[in-house]
Design a protein around this ligand. Sequence first.
Ligand code: GDP
Length: 343
Amino acid sequence: AHEAALAARNKDDLRSPICCILGHVDTGKTKLLDKIRQTNVQEGEAGGITQQIGATYFPVDAIKTKTAVLNKDGSQEYKIPGLLVIDTPGHESFTNLRTRGSSLCNIAVLVVDIMHGLEPQTLESLRLLRDRKTPFIVALNKIDRMYGWQAFPDNDFRDSLAKQSRAVQREFEDRTQKTILAFAEQGLNAVLYYDNKSFARNVSLVPTSAITGEGIPDMIMLLVNLTQQRMSDRLMYLSELECTVLEVKVIEGLGTTIDVVLSNGILHEGDRIVPLRELRIKSAYVHHSEVKAALGVKILAPDLEKAIAGSRLMVVGPDDDEDELMDEIMSDLTTLMNAIDKS
Ligand code: GDP
């Protein structure tokens, strides 16, 4: 079984990375999410973006459309099948979303308002990211609020910056320098992403506007490059399932359902899961007989009332001892309840 598991790991068959958004209140986390979800009507549909259970899935074709302004010569490689973005911005979702004790999020976007710099909850987010060792980029948002900014919707950031007046360019440089200094005070080397020569050593700043869409192609491209260049080991499929329960809900006509993020592995209809049985899979209310990570899925099964948000989901294999798995789940739950008690 171990050999099979190793054989299943393949750098050419990566799963979709999971991305979370964090930052101080009002920096534009929700607005950024709305903007990246929006399909670009003028350039034809960025097909296949689906808002799932607590998450939005961007298949690679949608990512290609959204980053097209940065790939005019077509030389960019896209190795990930898509990107799953968790829809609930903020700390709570980030702290509670865990799999095997580590964060569910493979990569995070820390949003900073370029007009305000680092704020109290930015520092709190930084602590969380460091504790979890989660790689992250910084969206330096609200660039359109700089006095005199001329908007070029959905543009590549550097092209937009080049078209601004000298005064706007100077304001941008000043504000960016201040932010870099503030990060330095936190012991972090921050640099504009296009000047970043080492992803390992420096944090990338990507200027964005959630209103005009400028810099958003840059932000998505950066997520693509960072995940596929630096994280391919963590993005290989596991033969085991990694699933996290987001929410337990009662829906009229369906009964009790659980919303889960499938962060790794493949979930099949009919899989027996503990502490649940007989699985039916619904993803965005489309019926699937099998789903591959990473996705948000809604699961219908008997006895779901007993599922607890934040807990792990396990599939019972032919050789597995269901009691042993139950023990593991119970110890997970104890850890989880302790974590909830503390927060
Ligand atoms: P959150 O609390 O971080 O989720 O922030 P929101 O997304 O709710 O945004 C807070 C406010 O800032 C709202 O009024 C947004 O319309 C506004 N906002 C967000 N992003 C931008 C931006 O890039 N430019 C401008 N001008 N306003 C923005």
